[in-house]
Design a protein around this ligand. Structure first.
Ligand code: SF4
Length: 305
């Protein structure tokens, strides 16, 4: 079988090992080299060009819900957490009787163990799955709905994971504490202030969009991010409000080639929703559609006055 292997950036160094494994099993192996940040980003074009029979995607759970032109196998890449270190952090959170708990896909195999750490302190643990995050207790950079679903039942939300990318997906409305536990060191951090800063920045982009005249609407052809219908709708809505709008299509959305147009006051993003956190790199406000709808409300209310 002709197989195309795809690794996220952090696993690319494993490529040779897996190539050998699949070749030994009698397969013809190719490796996708373009950047890959999630299972939303499958190398369908590369697979078509090389006439692959199958894509093997490492490190993420299934994401794309639509039918694909090729078989895709998802291989998890489990990384153990340090349960002793997490236990120490859990002790510091003992006063919260009801906990919403989640982690990233590479630690999900120990989700039950982590849950038990809290339960052994007589705490109740709540977890659910999201829309894109298909496993109970899983958070993606674009999906913390599993935690949002249990928010009303809990006294605190706890995310076990490294770095702030996934942690800051927890951006739903809550007046309860949100904590991050580092999976190896057990370092505990409350991140409500970080979430509020992010929201303030997004609010700034919404206000900037109200006065912007020209909009670039960003569409990515990555299979799990492609949203042309939404982009066409956004263009119509902008034009209804007297704004000029252009739909810009590319696979990888990069600030530099976009800014070379030197035409747009503002971008509307229909691709990975976390791109909006890179406002500085884009040099212009960049809004997701829900944020644009907020801007529309302001524009419409100004007209009514
Ligand atoms: S859409 Fe963005 S946040 Fe969601 S899986 Fe893809 S890269 Fe990650």
């Amino acid at each position: 079988m002709r197989i195309l292997l795809q690794f996220p950036e952090g696993l690319k160094r494993e490529a040779l090992k897996y190539q050998e494994k699949y070749e030994k099993a009698g397969h013809e192996v190719f490796i996708a080299s373009a950047p890959c940040y999630g299972a939303c980003d499958l190398p369908l074009d590369e697979a078509r060009w090389i006439k692959a029979d199958k894509i093997v995607h490492f490190g993420h759970a299934k994401f794309v819900k639509k039918d694909l032109p090729i078989e895709v196998e998802y291989i998890p890449y489990n990384i153990d957490v340090n349960l002793q270190a997490i236990k120490k952090a859990a002790i510091q959170l003992k006063q919260y009787k009801n906990i919403g708990l989640a982690t990233t896909v590479q630690h999900l195999h120990q989700f039950e163990d982590m849950k038990k750490l809290f339960e052994s302190q007589a705490q109740h643990v709540f977890a659910d799955k999201g829309y894109w995050a298909i496993n109970v207790g899983q958070v993606l950079g674009c999906d913390s709905l599993g935690l949002k679903a249990v928010e009303k039942k809990v006294d605190a939300t706890v995310f076990v994971g490294d770095g702030m990318f996934h942690a800051l997906a927890i951006d739903f409305e809550t007046n309860k504490p949100v904590f991050v536990i580092h999976p190896q060191t057990g370092q505990l951090k409350q991140i409500n202030e970080d979430i509020n800063k992010l929201k303030k920045r997004r609010k700034g982009s919404i206000l900037a969009a109200v006065n912007a005249k020209t909009f670039g609407i960003l569409v990515s052809t990555k299979v799990g991010q492609f949203s042309l219908g939404a982009a066409i709708n956004v263009k119509k809505e902008l034009e209804k409000r007297g704004k000029q709008a252009v739909i810009l299509v590319s696979n990888e959305i990069e600030p530099l080639p976009l800014n070379n147009f030197m035409l747009f006051d503002c971008y509307v993003n229909t691709a990975c929703p976390r791109m909006i956190d890179d406002t500085e790199e884009f040099g212009k406000p960049i809004l997701n559609i829900d944020m644009l709808n907020e801007a529309f409300k302001i524009i419409d209310s100004m007209k009514e006055r």
